[in-house]
Design a protein around this ligand. Structure first.
Ligand code: SF4
Length: 354
């Protein structure tokens, strides 16, 4: 829904005052969840901030709140809706805040890939979907013995899958999938990328595959390149480089550490005073960490922002909270029950296994 002019004309300080007032009036009836990649202007209003896994747990635990306002992208709000009670209402300040990576794996394409792989290895492939995916894909995994994962628990979930079947189909992020498989010691020649427009995903030697990763990626994290690593090391020879596993495997291999958004936050906060750290993840989070840790040098490996996350701003957040206050919440996110139930199975398997 287009933001009404009446909101656009407000100054940032007027908007902030009205959001705080609405929060005060709604009290525990409303909880605001904020992803780490939100701007400072938005994250200040979050009751809880975190990465996908932490916010999934918060959504499942938000028992007192009737309204969950999700400051993040659409698949996150869908996840909150799947895990929340049926009487809770999930709202996102802008429903157009999608995710480029999630859009790279259409459920019917994944179903076709699954059918090919199941014909090759009957009953011996576990589908794993990164939570950065549409609800119908989570539902597909839930209905086919599969599971969801986040970047925090991907290794644990992949081990869970490989204890059950000889093969994994990992969607939609090829980089998180490949980095996790490589870290688990799976040989590179047993990890294959599935291109949905080619027979057998473009892998004539598919019989040798053990870990099949979908050809998707995060536009924010693939911006980091070997040249950035070389440049920061030349400028600061004693710098530590920590990156997100959505970065390409060549960048991850050159970094000193890699891990989920929460891992990166801990890595920076727990580093000793005087440490120099370059961070390969979304720039809003990196600059916030730099402000929070003035005793350290914290710089982005390169400036890379998520344009989808940037759709959420204080103006559309105000519209959300005031619509709740008026009893007519706008931009609600709900998932039909035929998708919600199997998707919940994939998510609950993940929460139980991690
Ligand atoms: S950072 Fe990447 S994975 Fe996350 S919402 Fe943006 S495009 Fe999607």
């Amino acid at each position: 829904m287009v933001l009404p002019e009446i909101y656009k004309r407000l100054s940032e300080s007027e908007v902030a005052a009205r959001i705080w007032a609405a929060k005060e009036k709604l009290g525990k009836e409303m909880v605001i969840l904020g992803h780490h990649y939100m701007s400072d202007a938005v994250i200040q209003f979050a009751d809880y901030r975190g990465d996908s896994l932490e916010l999934s747990r918060r959504a499942a635990q938000a028992s007192e709140a009737r309204y969950i306002v999700f400051c993040g992208v659409h698949f996150m709000a869908e996840t909150a809706s799947i895990l929340s009670r049926s009487d809770q209402i999930v709202v996102i300040p802008d429903v157009r805040a999608g995710c480029i990576m999630a859009d790279m794996a259409e459920t019917d394409e994944v179903e076709r890939a699954w059918a090919d792989l199941d014909a090759l290895w009957p009953g011996d492939v576990t589908p794993i979907t990164y939570v950065n995916s549409v609800a119908s894909l989570k539902a597909f995994c839930g209905a086919h013995g599969g599971i969801a994962c986040t970047s925090s628990n991907a290794a644990k979930i992949c081990r869970w899958a490989l204890e059950r079947t000889g093969h994994v189909l990992f969607v939609p992020d090829q980089n998180l999938g490949a980095n996790t498989a490589l870290a688990m010691g799976i040989p590179a020649d047993e990890i294959m990328i599935w291109n949905p427009s080619r027979p057998y995903g473009g892998n004539p030697n598919i019989e040798e595959a053990r870990f099949i990763v979908w050809r998707g990626f995060c536009n924010v994290h693939v911006q980091f390149a070997i040249e950035h690593v070389i440049a920061v090391r030349a400028r600061y020879p004693d710098i530590q480089i920590v990156v997100h596993p959505e970065c390409t495997p060549d960048v991850v291999a050159l970094a000193d550490a890699n891990g989920s958004t929460s891992y990166i936050v801990r890595y920076v906060r727990e580093a000793p005073a005087g440490a120099k750290i370059a961070v390969g993840t979304e720039a809003n989070l990196v600059y916030r960490l730099a402000k929070e840790c003035p005793d350290k040098t914290v710089i982005p490996l390169a400036d890379s922002y998520c344009v989808s996350m940037e759709r959420i701003n204080p103006w559309n957040l105000l519209r959300s909270v005031e619509s709740i206050l008026a009893g007519e919440p706008v931009e609600q996110v709900s998932v039909p029950s035929e998708i919600r139930e199997p998707a919940k199975i994939a998510l609950e398997r993940m929460l139980g296994a991690s």
